[in-house]
Design a protein around this ligand. Structure first.
Ligand SMILES: Nc1ncnc2c1ncn2[C@@H]1O[C@H](COP(=O)(O)OP(=O)(O)OP(=O)(O)O)[C@@H](O)[C@H]1O
Ligand SMILES: [Mg+2]
Length: 381
């Protein structure tokens, strides 16, 4: 199954023929997002999009992370496809980063056939479950992108200098893939690829550039950090803090129910709210900032360790995920992270009626994965 593809050229060319519509489905831990696109003369036309909170399907409030069965997820997805007026049955679906293992390994330079034999052996070192329970995939990082790899450094003193190759190795739990397949067939979607959300998110958030940059997906339960260089994923990292914790901390501090804290966070975030006193505003903002700064401190640590390991500076951080829609987040991020900070605007890769501009701008970061999935599906047509 083709989980990986070069990310360098992935946003550039869409088919030039008018093609059927496709839908990208992102099943997150707190909500499902869908985006339906159609290609017309090389442009991705946005036909419809929608989001449904999963909380209520598990008797929890909106914004909460819930663990649902594949039947319940199927029910939620069916409701969403209907509400959003999705008309196509051709889809692509994301696989959550947390059910995958991803790492760059250094291997001797051997051909494709030999790699096929080496990879399962190598994967045992990294995959904490039996190899028979996962599906493996890999991508040889082109040599140009490697530069002076750690492998070269380790072997440089040897008489016969072995030249290694760097390989991005990915393992996905088979059980997770089976779940996704049963959800898609339950709702009548023909899904010909399941893509790890990392690649979808980057495709939709990547503008250009060869310098290393970091993508930070602030989801509900966790935050994911992906370092990308020349369009290739070099490092991934999971932070166990996300938007839900922001809401919970705010709720505790202000003695509010989760629902109210969630609403205030989304509507006002770090910006003053006229409904509250100066003291209350300060309190709200400092509570939200304290959780956010835990995220940024860890992002900084990841950037620093990457920089030290490869002797390169990360020039830019792109924020995405629902948490990146927090009002005022850019200023907070800029003061915590010592690099350029941008917010992902995935819908700029699509064409939509002008009256949708501002709403697509504000909800965009949360739709990066679903837009990226739909874009890849369109490219295949
Ligand atoms: N306008 C907003 N301001 C602040 N936070 C927001 C806003 N909109 C959504 N969020 C938060 O974003 C989080 C959900 O983000 P997202 O939809 O990307 O997560 P998910 O995909 O369900 O989760 P994950 O990626 O971790 O599986 C929630 O914590 C939610 O409260
Ligand atoms: Mg997500």
């Amino acid at each position: 199954m083709p989980f990986l593809q070069s990310l360098i050229s992935s946003v550039t060319s869409l088919g030039h023929k008018n093609a059927a519509s496709v839908v990208g489905v992102d099943i997150g831990s707190s909500s499902i997002k869908v985006v339906q696109l159609r290609s017309s003369r090389g442009v991705a036309i946005l036909e419809t999009y929608g989001e449904i909170a999963l909380g209520p399907y598990g008797k929890q409030p909106i914004g909460k992370v819930v663990k649902l069965s594949s039947e319940q997820l199927g029910e939620a997805l069916r409701d969403l496809l209907k509400e959003a007026n999705v008309t196509t049955h051709e889809g692509s679906m994301s696989v959550s980063f947390s059910s995958t293992m991803m790492t760059v390994v250094e291997l001797p330079k051997v051909g494709a056939e030999a790699l096929k034999r080496i990879i399962p052996l190598e994967a045992r070192k990294y995959v904490p479950v039996p190899i028979s329970e996962v599906t493996l995939d890999w991508f040889v990082i082109p040599e140009d992108e490697v530069g002076k790899s750690a492998f070269d450094v380790l072997t440089k003193d040897k008489d016969t200098k072995l030249k290694g190759q760097e390989v991005l190795l990915v393992a996905i739990q088979n059980a997770m893939l089976q779940n996704m397949q049963s959800i898609s067939s339950a709702v009548g979607l023909t899904v010909d690829f399941y893509e790890i959300e990392v690649f979808s998110a980057i495709r939709a958030s990547f503008e250009h550039g060869i310098a290393p940059m970091a993508f930070v997906d602030i989801g509900a339960g966790t935050t994911k950090v992906y370092i990308v260089e020349r369009g290739i994923v070099r490092l991934t990292h999971l932070i166990m803090v996300g938007g839900q914790q922001m809401t919970e901390t705010l709720g505790h501090a202000m003695s509010w129910e989760f629902e109210k804290a969630e609403r205030v966070k989304r509507e006002n975030g770090l910006i003053d709210n006229t409904a509250y006193s100066r003291t209350e505003n300060d309190q709200i903002q400092s509570v939200l900032l304290s959780t956010l700064s835990r995220v940024f401190t860890e992002v900084n640590r990841v950037l620093l360790s990457y920089g030290q390991r490869y002797n390169k500076n990360i020039a830019q951080v792109v924020l995405l995920g629902g948490g990146a829609s927090l009002p005022g987040i850019t200023t907070a991020a800029k003061s915590s992270l010592s690099v350029e900070v941008d917010i992902s605007h995935p819908f700029t890769h699509t064409e939509a009626p002008a009256f949708l501009d501002s709403v697509l701008q504000s909800i965009g970061p949360g739709f990066a994965v679903s837009v990226g999935l739909a874009l890849r599906k369109l490219q295949q047509k």
